[in-house]
Ligand binder design. Structure first.
Ligand SMILES: Cc1cc2nc3c(=O)[nH]c(=O)nc-3n(C[C@H](O)[C@H](O)[C@H](O)COP(=O)(O)OP(=O)(O)OC[C@H]3O[C@@H](n4cnc5c(N)ncnc54)[C@H](O)[C@@H]3O)c2cc1C
Length: 370
């Protein structure tokens, strides 16, 4: 829609484009500045599972958005099962809709949520002008959380998941299956991810790590085959989710704007996990803004970024090694080490264990190509 030139321009200290994980988390923390969050979709239109490893303080903080929690998780291939059990970390799955709704309900009276798309964005220093449904806005600072553009040739994690009610009670509800590689590996690194929310409710995702997306029925077939192999029958399908997460550096929707969230690099390129990094980035950014510092912190260190890129280059160059690399990474670490590793908080000892477990030649080849 074209901006209405006769309408008064609304002035704000801060504008946040996109009220997803990063945008709405930032908006909640900005209590004293006038803020507008522009987000076209309702939380229910964006209900997916956001999973992470959390300790007790974070479990409390995320409270009612937690849909499932497990202190055991496993990776499986045809040869072995690696089972981690932790007293310190829980693997949790959030309902993104509940998380977004909770955040929206906590916005301060200084914060306006506009349910539409931001258009005609013109940056001007750190801020700029834009319009929403014909209304013009000006903000001193604009933070853009819109998803980045995917590179067609780049490595991606892509998946389809279904949440089902089962006909019979599940025999195993205490373990989250992070990766079950006993599926078709002919199109790229492929695994099933399965989270039992109760003895009758299960999320199953067919996840691929490759450069090429598959037709939706391909993932569905993999899910149905896995369910058959596990002798699990579907009573009903309650929800479906689909996602493509870049495992490569991405281009901004608009490179003149300040980015936050996954599109700003708060995403582990080797795993697709972003929630914890986004929370970290937003907490630091909000604390900075309180002090008059608007620079967006980079929460994934340069070293981790480089190692993730080398890992991904090995996956592209030698896709056949993928299962072994994932199993060896999990096998080299105990449950706490693995949680730290996935959260980007691995100690030097954790890194040494992982590096020693990796096949040396494929990694050295990619190191020298960088
Ligand atoms: C299906 C799926 C499952 C995922 N699961 C996990 C997981 O288990 N664990 C994990 O750590 N990470 C996960 N991720 C990765 C990451 O955590 C999420 O993508 C997360 O939502 C990124 O947050 P964000 O705020 O950067 O972007 P988003 O949450 O995508 O927010 C961007 C927002 O911008 C809005 N928008 C777009 N265009 C406009 C416009 N013109 N004007 C205004 N708003 C606009 C969109 O509607 C969207 O709400 C998952 C990603 C997907 C897609």
């Amino acid at each position: 829609m074209q901006p209405n030139p006769s309408a008064d321009i609304i002035k704000k200290d801060i504008a946040i484009i996109g009220g997803g994980s990063a945008g709405i988390s930032l908006a909640v923390k900005l209590k004293h500045l006038t803020t507008v969050v522009v987000e076209p979709k309702q939380p229910d239109e964006r209900d997916v599972s956001w999973a992470l490893w959390a300790k007790s303080a974070q479990l409390e903080e995320l409270g009612s958005a937690i849909k499932g929690r497990w202190n055991q998780w496993r990776l499986v291939d045809h040869q072995r099962e690696i089972l981690h059990t932790s007293d310190l970390y829980q693997y949790i799955s959030l309902s993104s809709a509940d998380y977004l709704r909770n955040c929206e309900s906590q916005l301060s009276p200084n914060t306006q949520l506009v349910r539409d798309c931001a258009e005609h964005i013109q940056s001007e220093g750190c801020g700029g002008n834009f319009s929403v449904a014909g209304q013009r806005y000006h903000a001193q600072h604009i933070f853009d959380s819109r998803p980045a553009k995917l590179d067609k040739q780049g490595l991606k994690q892509h998946f389809l998941g279904i949440e089902i009610q089962t006909k019979k009670p599940l025999t195993e509800t205490k373990i989250a299956t992070l990766m079950d590689f006993r599926v078709d590996q002919s199109r790229g690194l492929h695994f099933i991810y399965a989270l039992p929310f109760s003895d009758r409710s299960l999320l199953i995702e067919s996840t691929m790590i490759s450069t090429t997306l598959e037709p939706m029925d391909w993932y569905r077939t993999a899910i149905y085959q896995w369910l058959k192999d596990q002798s699990i029958e579907i009573e009903s399908i309650t929800r479906e989710e689909h996602g493509v997460i870049p495992m490569h550096e991405t281009l901004a929707e608009d490179s003149t704007l300040t980015r936050i969230g996954a599109a700003s690099g708060a995403l582990r390129l080797s795993s697709g996990y972003a929630f914890t990094h986004i929370q970290q980035q937003i907490s630091q950014l909000a604390a900075g803004i309180e002090q008059g510092e608007f620079k967006v912190p980079q929460v994934i260190s340069g070293n981790i970024g480089r190692l993730d890129k080398i890992f991904n280059r090995v996956l592209v160059a030698k896709p056949g090694l993928g299962v072994d690399l994932m199993m060896k990474t999990a096998g080299a670490l105990d449950s706490e080490g693995f949680s730290r590793f996935m959260l980007g908080r691995a100690t030097i000892k954790d890194w040494v264990k992982v590096i020693l477990a990796m096949p040396k030649i494929p990694f050295l080849t990619q190191v020298f190509r960088s």
